[in-house]
Write a protein that binds this ligand. Structure first.
Ligand SMILES: Nc1ncnc2c1ncn2[C@@H]1O[C@H](COP(=O)(O)OP(=O)(O)OP(=O)(O)O)[C@@H](O)[C@H]1O
Ligand SMILES: [Mg+2]
Length: 153
C-alpha cells in the first residue's frame, strides 16, 4: 500500500482512501493516519474513502468546526481536523489520548500543525497538486507491511 499514486478526480482519491482503509482493517491496535497537503488538497475526499474502506456507511462531514467526528464501522474512525488549533497542545485539551484505543483509526487533517505530538509509527498521507487542476500526487508511507510477515510463516 505504501507508494506514490496519481489521481485525476475526487472519486479516484476516495477510492485510494478506501483501499488504505481496507488495508488497515486486519491491523491490531490503533492506527493514526496523518494527512498533509494544504487547503483543498483532497484530505476530506481521501478520508471519505477511508471511511468506506473501514465499513462505514454514509457520508462523512469535514470536522473543521467540531475538530473531531466519530463514526462506527468494522473499525471506529475518529476524524480530526486540527486546522483551527491555535496551539498544538490544544490537541491534548480535546482528549487526544482518549481516542487512541485498540480497533480505532484516527485520521488527522492538517497533521503538520501537530506533527511533533503524533506517534512516530503513524501512517502518512501527503497530497500534492499535480500539473493540472484535477490531478493529485498522493504519497502513502508508514503502512506496516503484513504481507512480508505472512510470507515468512
Ligand atoms: N484528484 C482529486 N482528488 C481530490 N480532490 C480533488 C481532485 N481534483 C479536484 N479535487 C477537488 O479538490 C477539492 C478537495 O476538497 P477536500 O475538502 O477534500 O480538500 P481538503 O484537503 O480536505 O481541504 P481543507 O484544507 O479545506 O480541509 C474538492 O473541491 C475536489 O472536487
Ligand atoms: Mg478537509
Amino acid at each position: 500500500m505504501n507508494g506514490v499514486y496519481r489521481t485525476s478526480s475526487p472519486e479516484e482519491t476516495g477510492d485510494l482512501g478506501r483501499r488504505l482503509g481496507e488495508a488497515l482493517l486486519p491491523l491490531p491496535g490503533c492506527t493514526v493516519v496523518a494527512l498533509t497537503g494544504g487547503l483543498g488538497a483532497g484530505k476530506t475526499a481521501f478520508t471519505g474513502g477511508l471511511a468506506r474502506g473501514l465499513g462505514i456507511a454514509g457520508r462523512i462531514l469535514s470536522p473543521t468546526f467540531a475538530i473531531v467526528n466519530e463514526y462506527e464501522g468494522k473499525k471506529r474512525l475518529c476524524h480530526f481536523d486540527v486546522y483551527r488549533l491555535k496551539d498544538p497542545e490544544e490537541l491534548f485539551g480535546i482528549g487526544w489520548f482518549d481516542y487512541l484505543e485498540d480497533g480505532v483509526v484516527c485520521a488527522v487533517e492538517w497533521s503538520e500543525n501537530v506533527a511533533a505530538l503524533l506517534p512516530e509509527d503513524r501512517v502518512r498521507v501527503d497530497i500534492a497538486r499535480g500539473e493540472t487542476d484535477g490531478e493529485r500526487v498522493i504519497t502513502i508511507s508508514g503502512v506496516p507491511e503484513r504481507e512480508k510477515e505472512e510470507r515468512a510463516k
